[in-house]
Design a protein around this ligand. Structure first.
Ligand SMILES: [Zn+2]
Length: 262
């Protein structure tokens, strides 16, 4: 089996102990997408590399990269930085975990991912800086759909190709319907203009150039609903981290109800 000694930019996706002293660390790499690395001695607290491979760490790494899906070996790290604020807040941390789990489901191991690396890093960076974690995740959810084999037409009517009238999302048609064609789908989503506008914006938004994201709660709820339906119905993708986020939303609502009762 061939391994190439190379340096790469990486983000720690998750890690797990291997035997007593070693670690298996999954990285998102800029060169070859998600890859699993064996880190000898990584599970020993005094190992030099320990702080470089903590969850939510971003940096430049050197290692032996396997080209056949077998384990790669990590040998050195430099310029590493942890997204420290992600761990401070359960919702931020849940969304960051979800984004990385979604990345793992979207990209094949060992393949180049082009500009996606910077896009994912920018999403984590925005959440770390305190921007809305749901919106950062929603942007990637929209953009990953074509990669997952569920591309949707956001910018025009899927029937007539026009966008001169209000658009609404139709799951059955794989995208938007203009008001002339709303009669074709009685289950269309009844989205308002702003939600449609955000979905269109997200499809081509470069997160690297975004500093601030602010979206009304009512629009956020419709974005969440729309993307959840597509991910459930079209892809059947149910990630553990996403279930946790949904649970947190339920608890929040229960607390709100309790407060309003008192
Ligand atoms: Zn139409």
């Amino acid at each position: 089996m061939a391994r190439e000694n190379t340096s790469f930019a990486g983000i720690v996706m998750y890690r797990r102990p291997y035997k007593e002293r070693d670690l298996l660390v999954k990285f998102l790499t800029d060169k070859r997408g998600p890859m699993m690395f064996f880190v000898r001695g990584g599970n020993r607290s005094h190992a030099k590399i320990t702080s470089d491979i903590l969850p939510f760490t971003h940096g430049q790494y050197t290692g032996w990269l396997a080209d056949d899906g077998s384990l790669s070996y990590l040998s050195a790290a430099r310029d590493t930085r942890q997204y420290v604020h992600l761990g401070e807040d359960p919702l931020r941390s849940a969304y960051a975990t979800y984004i990385l789990e979604l990345v793992d489901a979207t990209f094949e191991e060992g393949r180049s991912i082009g500009g996606w690396f910077n896009q994912v890093a920018a999403a984590l960076e925005l959440i770390d800086k305190g921007q809305d974690p749901q919106i950062a995740a929603n942007v990637l959810e929209v953009q990953f759909l074509p990669l997952l084999g569920a591309a949707q037409t956001w910018d025009r009517c899927t029937i007539c190709g026009l966008n001169d009238r209000p658009l609404d999302f139709s799951e059955a048609n794989g995208g938007m319907l203009c008001s002339r064609h709303w009669n074709l789908d009685e289950h269309r989503f009844h989205l308002d203009r702003r939600t449609v506008g955000y979905l269109q914006l997200f499809a081509s938004l470069n997160l690297v150039q975004v500093n601030q994201i602010q979206v009304d709660q009512s629009v956020k709820n419709r974005l969440r609903y729309t993307l959840d339906r597509i991910y459930d119905d079209e892809l059947g993708l149910h990630l553990k981290s996403k279930r946790f986020i949904d649970q947190m939303a339920t608890w929040e609502n229960q607390l709100k109800n309790l407060r309003s009762e008192n």
